[in-house]
Every structure is written in structure tokens, then in C-alpha cells.
Design a protein around this ligand. Structure first.
Ligand code: AMP
Length: 283
């Protein structure tokens, strides 16, 4: 069955208000569209755990820097709607930019600690944009549960922190990274890769595979772990590592030894794509 499509805030509110008044739970999957199996894994879980599933599709200008790929970001609403129809999604919320951000919008939400690490330094203001849109989606759609991928690990932790700090009544659920058979993490931005770049992009998942292997052999020193990453990535000439870090899995602060749960997070440029990937290690 085709999902209902709301492009207006008021329409989406009305649809979901009726659902929650009838006692139905609501699961939200926020996306920027151009959907792939990673997104669909979140949708399937949201469907399983809630009576009603709503997917938002909104390429959020606030989370793109001035020299980033907002205009070029891939979009294909018809294909997205077909995919969501076959997943049994009840509502798709796909507003235009003006519907969400009026021209004199002057309030932003800013998480001040976790947002500064990892992608935060390369993408100033990015997580303010993320927090602001996610808070707005929560206010508009009032979900009981919201589903985010661990692919964007920092985003997931920043949102968890925002929800905790602002006493928001929504359960944030992290879902595992979905990968291609050869290990590349699915991403809408993979579409930017040429055939040669697609091959080189395996550097990230292969480096993380090597990290898991030395960790399994007992390596706990983060400098040594990062040296492994640099060595693997260094053997892929088209890949420019932006950062490789080992951080506390919850507050994302840098760690020196793996003496607690950590995340090894990478960002790299391959051609015009900026790719991220990560793996969690627990001693
Ligand atoms: P995006 O459309 O890229 O903003 O992603 C929307 C949601 O899908 C975010 O919570 C992402 O973390 C999640 N997501 C994207 N790619 C993957 C993937 N390969 N595996 C799991 N979740 C993903």
C-alpha cells in the first residue's frame, strides 16, 4: 500500500495525532532520502516495534556547510516512495525547506560537548543543524521511538545527549551499520564514487577490519591501533584520511587505551565523496 504523504507540518501532525489518540505507538525514521538498505533496516525495525511508522525525508540545509554538497545531494522521491510502500510505511513526511524553516527562524539547538569531536571540527555547525532539525521533527511528529544508524555514530550519541539533557520523551534507538557484501558501509553519498573510487573506498572498512583483528589479538594501545589504520589507508592512493580517532563510546572524548567501550571512527575523502565509518570495541 502507498504511504500517506504529508508535505505540511499541520497535515503530519493531524495524521499522527489521530494515531496516538487511538493508543498507537509511533516510530520515526529521520532520513535525507535517496534510500538504501541501511535506511530500510531502520524502517523495518521501527515497523516491528511500533504500531505506526513514519519516515521523514528532508535534505536539511542547516547541517550542510557553505562549501558542502547540499545542492548536489542525491534525491529521488519517486523511488523512495516505492521502496517505502513495499515496507508498509504509513506516513512519509517530506516538507519543503520553507515549510520547516521560516525565513526569520532564529533559534538553533546546540549540543556543546560531543559535537566538538570527530566530524565536529571539520564541519563547524553541522551538529547544530542536526540537533535543530531532529528536535523539530520530534516536536512535529511526537514519536515514541526514533531510529538512527550507528553508521553516523557521533550523530547518534549527540542526539542521545540532547534527548537526555532536554528531558525529551522519546526513546532513541541505535541500529547496526548495513554494509555491501565487500564491506563498504552503505551511504547515499556512495553514488558520487567512480568505479575506481568505489574500489578504493574499501580502505575504510578494511582498516577497521584490521583494527578488530589486532584488538582480538590483544592490542589495547590506541596509538598502535591508529597506526594500523594509517598503514591500511595509506595503501589506497585515492583515499585522503581526514581523521582517525579512538574515542569513548558514549561521550566521544579521546582515549589512550582501550580500557572501556570505545569507538574507532574514520572520515576520509575519496574523489568528491566524504565518507565515514566506525567500529565499536569493547574489552
Ligand atoms: P541519512 O539519510 O544519510 O541522513 O541517514 C538517515 C539515517 O539512516 C541515519 O540515522 C543514518 O545513520 C542511517 N543510515 C545511513 N546509512 C546507514 C547504514 N549503512 N547502516 C545503518 N544505518 C544507516
Amino acid at each position: 500500500m502507498k504511504p500517506n504523504i504529508a508535505t505540511r507540518v499541520a497535515e503530519a501532525r493531524k495524521f499522527l495525532k489521530r494515531k496516538s489518540e487511538a493508543g498507537f505507538t509511533i516510530g520515526l525514521v529521520p532520513t535525507m532520502g535517496f534510500l538504501h538498505e541501511g535506511h530500510l533496516s531502520l524502517v523495518r525495525r521501527a515497523r516491528r516495534e511500533n504500531d505506526t511508522c513514519v519516515v521523514s525525508i528532508f535534505v536539511n540545509p542547516l547541517q550542510f556547510g557553505p562549501s558542502e554538497d547540499f545542492d548536489a545531494y542525491p534525491r529521488d522521491m519517486d523511488r523512495d516512495l516505492d521502496l517505502l510502500a513495499s515496507e508498509g510505511v504509513e506516513l512519509v513526511f517530506s516538507p519543503g525547506v520553507k515549510e520547516v524553516f521560516s525565513c526569520d527562524c532564529s533559534t538553533i539547538v546546540s549540543e556543546k560537548k560531543l559535537s566538538g569531536f570527530l566530524c565536529g571540527s571539520a564541519r563547524p555547525g553541522h551538529f547544530d543543524g542536526v540537533c535543530t532539525i531532529v528536535l523539530k521533527l520530534f516536536n512535529i511528529l511526537r514519536p515514541d521511538r526514533a531510529y538512527f544508524g550507528e553508521k553516523d555514530y557521533q550523530q547518534l550519541q549527540v542526539i542521545r545527549r540532547m534527548v537526555r539533557d532536554l528531558d525529551m520523551e522519546v526513546e532513541v534507538i541505535g541500529c547496526p551499520i548495513v554494509r555491501e557484501e565487500d564491506g563498504l558501509a552503505l551511504s547515499s553519498r556512495n553514488t558520487y564514487l567512480s568505479e575506481a573510487e568505489r574500489e578504493q573506498a574499501l580502505a575504510l572498512s578494511r582498516a577497521l577490519g584490521e583494527v578488530r583483528s589486532v584488538f582480538a589479538d590483544g592490542e589495547r594501545d590506541c596509538r598502535s591501533i591508529l597506526a594500523v589504520v594509517r598503514k591500511v589507508v595509506g595503501s589506497y592512493p585515492m583515499v585522503r584520511l581526514e581523521y582517525a580517532e579512538v574515542c569513548d563510546a558514549e561521550d566521544l572524548s579521546p582515549v589512550e587505551r582501550v580500557d572501556r567501550k570505545v569507538v574507532v571512527a574514520l572520515a576520509a575523502r575519496v574523489g568528491r565523496a566524504r565518507l565515514i565509518d566506525n567500529t565499536v570495541l569493547a574489552p
